[in-house]
Design a protein around this ligand. Structure first.
Ligand SMILES: C[S@@+](CC[C@H](N)C(=O)[O-])C[C@H]1O[C@@H](n2cnc3c(N)ncnc32)[C@H](O)[C@@H]1O
Length: 255
């Protein structure tokens, strides 16, 4: 598994480098995020967890595996002039040093603390966060159970951890254990029942708040993009992923 995680992390770094450092113009590659898009991404993520910006005013909000912007950038941009109610934001990612030095979207500030660290050993004290988000990360980590136990540890009593990740669609569930050999970006491929059981073993109550089809967030993975793309193999792989994966959003409550 460690080899898979290292390999997946290397791919993760190359993915972001292509967008922000090499500024690749390929039709299948994402474009750099704008201020408006960062706010929309944060708003959409909160809404899928049945939350809105008002809910997080003056709260402590952590984003574990935040990537180069996560929901932190959008929340910070949204509250930019609202000093009184700005949430305190915490970002954790094992690629944080690369994200801050080579990409430069996230910066340590009075209301933002950033850590180069894995979710399996979060350098934050127990029960210190009102909201802990972990967006599209649990299927990327080295040890999902350890990471979920850490999300639970840093969530305050009465707080919520919002966890979202790709899961395997029912049709492909029988093949979930072999998918990591085909889809090497994800070291883990959970079914809904397996991840629900794992998350429930740490939190007092969990609820599924949203389920998204891949095409809802990535319309460029659609079948017709195969014809437009210069990299047909990648476009076919991306289209296949729309059949195999979907995204689940959990609100995990700690009493
Ligand atoms: C698909 S990206 C998602 C980034 C961000 N959450 C977003 O939604 O834009 C997965 C992120 O998980 C991070 N990651 C991988 N292994 C991790 C671990 N063990 N602990 C915490 N984050 C991890 C990667 O470095 C990467 O930034």
């Amino acid at each position: 598994m460690a080899k898979n995680w290292d390999e997946a992390q290397q791919k993760e770094k190359v993915f972001w480098e292509n967008i922000y450092v090499h500024k690749s113009k390929d039709i299948n590659t994402y474009t750099p995020i704008t201020t408006e898009a960062s706010i929309s991404f944060a708003q959409k993520t909160l809404a899928r967890h049945k939350l809105c910006f008002q809910d997080i005013c003056s709260k402590v909000v952590a984003d574990i595996g935040c990537g180069p912007y996560g929901i932190i950038l959008g929340i910070d941009n949204y509250f930019i002039n609202n000093y009184d109610v700005k949430p305190k934001l915490i970002g954790v990612d094992p690629l944080m040093d690369f994200y801050t030095s080579d990409i430069g979207l996230l910066k340590q500030k009075d209301n933002i603390q950033l850590y180069n660290s894995q979710g399996e050993a979060i350098p934050i004290i127990d029960s210190s966060c009102d909201y802990v988000f972990c967006v599209n990360v649990i299927d990327h980590v080295e040890n999902p159970a350890k990471c979920i136990s850490e999300l639970h540890r840093i969530t305050k009593n009465g707080g919520v951890a919002g966890i979202s990740l790709h899961i395997v669609t029912p049709l492909f569930s029988p093949f979930s254990s072999v998918l990591k050999y085909l889809d090497t970006n994800h070291p883990h491929h959970f079914t809904l029942s397996k991840i629900s059981k794992l998350v429930s073993s740490y939190f007092d109550r969990i609820e599924v708040t949203y389920m998204a089809a891949m095409l809802e967030d990535q319309p460029e993975f659609a079948f017709n993009y195969i014809f437009k793309s210069s990299d047909k193999i990648r476009a076919i792989k991306r289209w296949s992923s729309t059949l195999i994966l979907r995204t689940v959003y959990f609100n995990c409550h700690k009493n």
